[in-house]
Write a protein that binds this ligand. Structure first.
Ligand SMILES: Cc1cc2nc3c(=O)[nH]c(=O)nc-3n(C[C@H](O)[C@H](O)[C@H](O)COP(=O)(O)O)c2cc1C
Length: 198
């Protein structure tokens, strides 16, 4: 069995991202304080609690041109939307991860239509089947070997779920087909829903 130790060991970095999987992808839209919409995928993302509904994501590192827009916009405006990243939108999800300067509207850049949110100012990805409107609860600075490592925690204040996601009143994930993230740059598609574990 392979044992890898040491915090910054290259071997840990190589395999680590496939040791906590599959990671859901929060496809996060924000608005700059100058009004420029921004969109990027974050897979250090998850739900943190049920009552109240809380989400979190990790913004690691910086661009060559400066801080990541998503975290900066949230710290400045206090609002964001998590759009459901789906298999059908995989090309746009990946394209929206390419570094872009803050003045670039990333909806336009990747060719996605936006639509106004109901409770927060950042727009939503119209083609995404589920949108989670959030307000910033807390930002926590984490240790960093790459200049910046921020944990952003948000309170969910609204959910939009397309009618075509449902089967008999429940969200049917075989219709939504969420996209998830593994290590080595790999992605995962939605698998199977099982009734119980026995
Ligand atoms: C599927 C996927 C997941 C990603 N997850 C993260 C993440 O959890 N944290 C992070 O800092 N960057 C992550 N990235 C990289 C960011 O999306 C990328 O740095 C992006 O340019 C940030 O954009 P922004 O400056 O508009 O926020 C991910 C990229 C992909 C393709």
């Amino acid at each position: 069995m392979l044992l890898v130790t040491g915090q910054d060991d290259e071997e840990i970095n190589k395999h680590w991202m496939s040791c906590v999987v599959p990671r859901p992808i929060g496809w996060i839209s924000t608005l700059g304080k100058d009004g420029v919409p921004n969109l990027a995928p974050y897979s250090f993302f998850n739900a943190l609690s049920e009552k109240p509904p809380i989400v979190m994501f990790g913004s690691n590192g910086r661009h060559a041109h400066g801080a990541k827009d998503t975290a900066r916009n949230i710290l400045e405006t206090g609002e964001f939307v998590v759009n459901m990243a789906t298999y059908d939108l995989r090309v746009e999800v990946k394209a929206s991860s390419e570094p872009a300067r803050p003045e670039v509207n990333e909806f336009d850049r990747v060719g996605l239509e936006s639509e106004a949110s109901s409770l927060v100012l950042p727009p939503r990805v119209k083609a995404a089947p589920i949108h989670i409107e959030c307000v910033l609860l807390k930002a926590v600075e984490l240790p960093s070997e790459i200049e910046e490592n921020l944990l952003i925690i948000g309170r969910v204040i609204g959910l939009h779920i397309n009618d075509n996601c449902f089967t008999e009143g429940r969200i049917d994930l075989s219709k939504v087909r969420p996209l998830a993230r593994h290590g080595y740059g790999q992605f995962a598609m939605f698998g199977e829903t099982v009734k119980g574990v026995a």
